[in-house]
Structures are given as structure tokens and as C-alpha cells.
Design a protein. Sequence first.
Length: 326
Amino acid sequence: MKLDEAERTAHAAIAVDPSDGEEGPGDRMRAYAVLADVLDARGNAADATLYRNAVQAIRDSERADEFRLAGMHSRAIAMYTKALDRFADAYCIQSRLAVELNASGNALLAQEHYRRAYELMPSSFGRMESHCLGCENVFGGENAQGVAEKVFGDLVVKMPTNPQVHYLLGYLREEQDRYAEALSQYRTATTLDADYLNAWKRQRDIAGNIDVPAVEQDRVALRLYELDPRGRHSYGATSNITDWPALYALATKAQALFPALRATLYPLAASQHALGAGAPARREMLSHYRSFSDGDTLPTAGGAIASTGLMRALSQLIEMSVAGTP
């Protein structure tokens, strides 16, 4: 077993996206589960248990989410509290419990959980973690925002070079409709970490609320494309790019970085046996993923240019002209 390589890879995955948020309920925190297995194999049962408890706490909180969405708020509060007994350093559970407590009228106890959630966020966020702090109402209301102001203000002083702190302060400013200040914080985050995908995405999206020079919008969009040329995590990154020469150069560079698809893959014998032993639902799912991944190809440099909004508009005008449409 290549335990050293496995542990390094798991830690690298956690640094990029700690929670596997894009995977959805029931499939998040996979890197933590793998890391627990690696630590067990090394004989480090104590740390392995810590990571397994973290995974199980998230599973418990996902179940609590179902009760919350069903309007059973007292039951959800009890379940969130129990999940934190298993793993208290989960910012997402702390924040959801705080929101529920605040809505139930227990503002004082909610403040404690808001504070702990905000303190945990910088070390819990990666470069592209999936979250929706706005739709989850994490910064909603005077109680939450008052605590966030204090916590993030102190963290900026203590950790001025931490990009996540600036990102979070920017997110708070955006929730307060203070868009210019938010943009400044997002810019600081990407200055400190040029690979901070989420901070680039927030810069792109904030242009819908504040005037941002076209040159700046191009710079942000080009960086997003450079970080995610397949658009798996930043859909539509090329749509508003007007600097076609720069886009063409980046697309050409991306093509050179991605190896050609192999004709054969390493056989996963155990999975193949399980599928062959009779699991039609799994086979159907595998077929779906294959068909999805087959179309997940990197566009050519010309294709990248063709995906821009201006080029699509020009193409439509040409088609209309050829068709004789007035």
C-alpha cells in the first residue's frame, strides 16, 4: 500500500474543498473517510476515530436538515446539538444550529454558536468549497451580523495574510449590500492566493451589483477559465470575455496540459465483480456517468472563442442574414 501518497493526496483534496460540498448529502466528506482509513492502516486509531466522527457528524446533520426543512425545528435543534457532541468543530453544524436557535427566540445561545461557526470558517474553507451562506441565512439579521463583524474584524487583524478571512469578510459585506467593500476583500483574497477559485467567482458575480470596468471583468473571467477550463465549477466563465486573443492563448495552453484520453483504463476488479453479480441500478448509474463524462471534453481554442457571448450573438446575426430574416 502507498500510504504516504494516499495521505498526501487526501490532505491535498481537503485543502481544495474540505467538505466535498458539490457531492451533496450522503456523499460529502469523502476525503476525511479515506484519510481515516489511511490512519487506521498506519495504526493511528485515535486520529482515525476523530475523522470518522467528523464524517458521522455531518451525516447526522444532513438528517437534521430534513427535519428542519419539514418544519420540525425543535427536533432539528436537538439533532444538530447531538451531532456537535460527536464533532464540535463543524462550522456548518454550528451555523445551522445558530440560525435555528435565533429563529426560535433563543438569541443569546445563538450568539455562542454564531461566534464558534465564524471562528471555524477560515480553517474550514478551501479554494472552491461549495456553500451558500446567503441562502442558509448564516449572516441574516442583526444578531448574526453583529457577531460576524466582531469575529472577522479580529481575524483580519490577527491573520491579515489569510485569504479565507478576507473572503469571508467580503461575503459579509456583500450580504450587507456593501458591494464596493466586498469586491475589495475578494481582490485581497485572490492577491494572497491566486488559485482561490471561489474568490474569483464572487468577483465575477458582484459585477451584477456594482460597476466594474470591462477590463477588470475580462481579467477575472480569464483567470476563472485558466483555473477551470472545463467549467466544472465555474459555469459560463467565457460568456462575457471580450479579450479573444488572451482567451485563445489560454485555451491553447489548456489543451496542451490535458493528456489525451486513454483507450483502456485500470480495471477495478472488485467493482466489476459487484456490478456483474447483479446490481442493475448500479449498472444504470455507471452507464449514466459514462455518457456524461464522454461529453465532458475540453473545448478547442476555437471552441472557447465560439462560446463567448459576443461570438454567439454574431453567429445568430449571420444565420438570420443567411436565412433572410429581417
